[in-house]
Ligand binder design. Structure first.
Ligand code: BDP
Length: 738
């Protein structure tokens, strides 16, 4: 009995244990199912805008109906990449990858290919003649009585671009029926410039180390290289300069060319060509020559042999980017030769292989000029028409150096016989490093939409860059990359948007910053309008806020010396005047600003007469450029009715307030955005608010020593004396060019 009892008890106990075991098993099973899903849902930004998370059910159903099956070849590496991307993307978005098919025997087949690669497209006979070698069309149509969608192009890479377009529509929750998209890039060379050194230090980089793990190349091909290529292809970027413009000649040694060759192999299927920054004195440093004189026959032979060697390793090598005779870099002027002599020598070496030279116009000579803003124009305009056909002159958007706001560079429109390519900075050297939320597309757009008046009204910078103004076929746009080894690639979630927007604007310099922000937000965060609208609003005002709290009304170059972190309008002395802040703001008892009008350096004369007249007159210059072009009395009456000093103080505060409002908006999005990214952005916005306040306080404390005026009513005094702000030191700030 006891036994029985025991047995019974034991039996009860055993059943209890079994129940518990079952419960634990169910729990474990649930965890097993749930955990990976939960982990997959946790987001750190690594997936960029190619997240492909499941769409809401109705959208997924509609999507599945349009792309139930996929007809796409995979005979070439690019075709395979395209097919893989479509399967990955549609599978993620629609909750299951489409079936593969070769026939149109039902509704809902997505066909991707070229007439050469796809029998279906060959039979269809679509007119693709205007698409060129990178364009594509995406169209809904009927084939053999069935509803179908085609992604068609003349080249495999065009199909890949089209596939990414289709995926963008799907991912951003747009309708996939009735499609009739036709796209061709308006700019030919769409490149990132990595300011990456061979020791993996990234000059002006705020996202960790270089993604190029040079030491392990060519043996180890980090999977990140493939994801990098995918991300770039998704926005139409078709080239990348692997190394810093301040480059070591080592890059051109066989050892490093072998590494570049390996990278080129990974990037090629995604349409990305590899380019290299070339050090002008390389013939001396690694070639054993006594000179790098571009007119010396031995030097020319050396570069030709080097080009031949590179093309043996990388048959589709893009060409060279060169920073010469600028900030201490060697160049043709060291031998009494011109920029054209230097560029043409390299162009001659590359031409037989189809390569190009991107020769930078960011130059300023050893002798201090009366105004650094005038240098590039003075050095380059005389050589218009003297550059070889495969040379692009690469011009920064403004004449000083990637400031939060600059008027467009006067070279645009001033060299009609030379193709000029745009250089934008994506990394935020002067706009708050990685932590400040500053969406740069409005800044890019402002530069691109500026009217040079070179050939009358409507001669926008965009039309110079896309070649339509002067009929140039060779065109380009470069973006100084903000990519590094950080998990989230760009140092912050929102800095990804600047990489994204650069690519979209390089593809189409006439594109709209707000539209790009909407696309990016939908793909990156959510398609829910309650998320999209506030985020896009935040983004669209964010760059203006940086201008306000750092350098309002046309002020510029007021950051910390060397590392460029934080406010330092008091910087003076040192090796050259045009590396100081006081050189640029020129504040004194009377007023503030750099007189570039006819009474000053007359830099305005470098613009077309209509522009020069507008900028040169204090009564007509747009207020955002007031202090860029004029030295203005503190009591000058502004459009707002305030005097200049009061307006300045007002703008500093307005910038800080905007950041505070972004923090509130972002806080309101809690719960609608995954916790991990939400927390990171929130923390960064808090840093931004502190730093914006610091910029405002330090700047006001300093400029008040000149204006000697009280702060307008309601404006708070800086909490510290000027000496405190001046005492702050940041010896380890990131990105300093050492
Ligand atoms: C400046 C950067 C410096 C770059 C230079 C350039 O501070 O690190 O080398 O531009 O563009 O903005 O060459």
């Amino acid at each position: 009995m006891a036994i029985g009892q025991y047995g019974q008890v034991a039996g009860v106990a055993a059943r209890g244990v079994a129940r518990r075991v079952r419960a634990v098993a169910v729990l474990l099973l649930a965890l097993w199912v749930w955990l990976p899903a939960a982990t997959a849902r946790a987001e750190d930004g690594h997936d960029l805008w190619l997240r492909y998370r499941a769409l809401p059910a109705a959208q997924a159903d509609a999507g599945r109906a349009v792309a139930a099956a996929l007809a796409a070849p995979d005979a070439s590496p690019t075709q395979a990449a395209t097919r893989e991307e479509l399967l990955r993307g549609l599978g993620g978005l629609f909750g299951g990858a489409p079936a593969m098919t070769a026939r149109i025997d039902r509704d809902g087949v997505l066909v991707a290919g070229t007439p050469a690669s796809s029998p279906v497209l060959a039979k269809l006979g679509l007119d693709l003649s205007a698409l060129g070698d990178e364009g594509y069309l995406v169209r809904s149509l009927r084939i053999d009585g069935h509803a179908a969608t085609v992604i068609a192009a003349n080249s495999d890479i065009g199909v890949l671009y089209g596939a990414f377009h289709f995926l963008r529509l799907a991912q951003s929750g747009q309708s996939l029926s009735g499609l009739d998209v036709r796209e061709t890039p308006k700019v030919k060379v769409r490149v990132l410039n990595h300011w990456d050194n061979l020791d993996r230090y990234v000059e002006r980089g705020y996202a960790g180390q270089s993604i190029w793990d040079w030491h392990k190349l060519p043996g180890w091909l980090d999977p990140r290289y493939t994801d990098y290529a995918r991300a770039n292809a998704s926005i139409g970027i078709n080239g990348t300069v692997l190394n810093n413009v301040n480059t070591s000649a080592q890059m051109l040694t066989p050892q490093y060319l072998e590494k570049a060759r390996a990278l080129a192999g990974v990037l090629r299927p995604y349409g990305l060509k590899v380019y290299l920054s070339a050090r002008f004195s390389a013939p001396i440093e690694i070639g054993g020559l006594q000179t790098a004189d571009p007119l010396d026959p031995a030097v020319r032979r050396w570069w030709q042999a080097k080009a031949d060697e590179i093309y043996r390793a990388i048959p589709d090598f893009g060409g060279f980017l060169v920073k010469a005779n600028s900030e201490g870099q060697p160049g043709p002027q060291d031998y009494g030769r011109s920029h054209a002599d230097g560029a043409n020598m390299l162009a001659e070496a590359l031409a037989p292989h189809g390569g190009i030279v991107m020769w930078r116009a960011f130059v300023y000579s050893h002798e201090e000029p009366d105004d650094r803003a005038k240098q590039a124009y003075s050095e380059f305009v005389p050589y218009d028409g003297r550059f070889a056909a495969n040379v692009l002159v690469q011009v920064k958007n403004g004449a000083i150096d990637f400031q939060p706001r600059e008027p467009f560079h006067p070279l645009f429109g001033a060299m009609p016989k030379t193709p000029l390519m745009m250089e934008f900075q994506i990394t935020k050297e002067y706009l708050g490093f990685a932590t400040h939320l500053a969406y740069l597309a409005p800044m890019y757009q402002e530069a691109l939409q500026a009217d040079t008046h070179a050939r009358g009204p409507g001669s926008t910078v965009a039309r110079v860059v896309d070649g339509s103004l002067e009929g140039h076929a060779l065109t380009g746009m470069a973006g100084v990359a903000n990519i590094g080894s950080d998990r989230n690639w760009s140092g912050s979630q929102f800095d990804q948007a600047n990489w994204y927007a650069f690519g979209r604007l390089a593809w189409d310099p006439h594109a709209d910053a707000a539209q790009i922000a909407r696309d990016w937000t939908r793909m990156t965060f959510s398609t829910d309008p309650a998320v999209v609208t506030p985020i896009v609003d935040m983004m669209m005002g964010s760059r203006e806020a940086v201008v306000d709290y750092m350098t309002p009304l046309g002020l510029h170059h007021l950051m910390g010396r060397g590392h460029h972190y934080g406010p330092a309008p008091w910087v003076e002395g040192g090796p050259r005047a045009d590396w100081t802040s006081v050189y640029y703001h020129r504040a004194d008892a009377r007023g503030i600003g750099f007189d570039r009008s006819a009474s000053g350096s007359n830099a305005v004369a470098q613009y077309a007469p209509a522009v020069a007249a507008q900028f040169g007159d204090i009564a007509t210059v747009p207020e955002p450029f007031l202090l860029w072009f004029h030295h203005v009395p503190w009591d000058h009456r502004m459009a707002s009715g305030r005097i200049l000093w009061d307006e300045l103080v007002h703008r500093y505060g307005r910038g800080v307030d905007y950041v505070a409002s972004m923090r509130r908006t972002w806080a309101g999005l809690a719960g609608r955005i995954d916790a991990e990214r939400h927390a990171e952005v929130a923390a960064f916005l808090a840093i931004q608010e502190q730093e914006a306040q610091w910029w405002r306080d330090a700047s006001i404390a300093y400029f008040q020593t000149f204006s000697k005026r009280p702060l307008p009513k309601g404006e708070k005094l800086p909490p510290h004396p000027l000496a405190y702000y001046q005492s702050l030191q940041f010896p380890f700030a990131p990105g300093d060019g050492k």
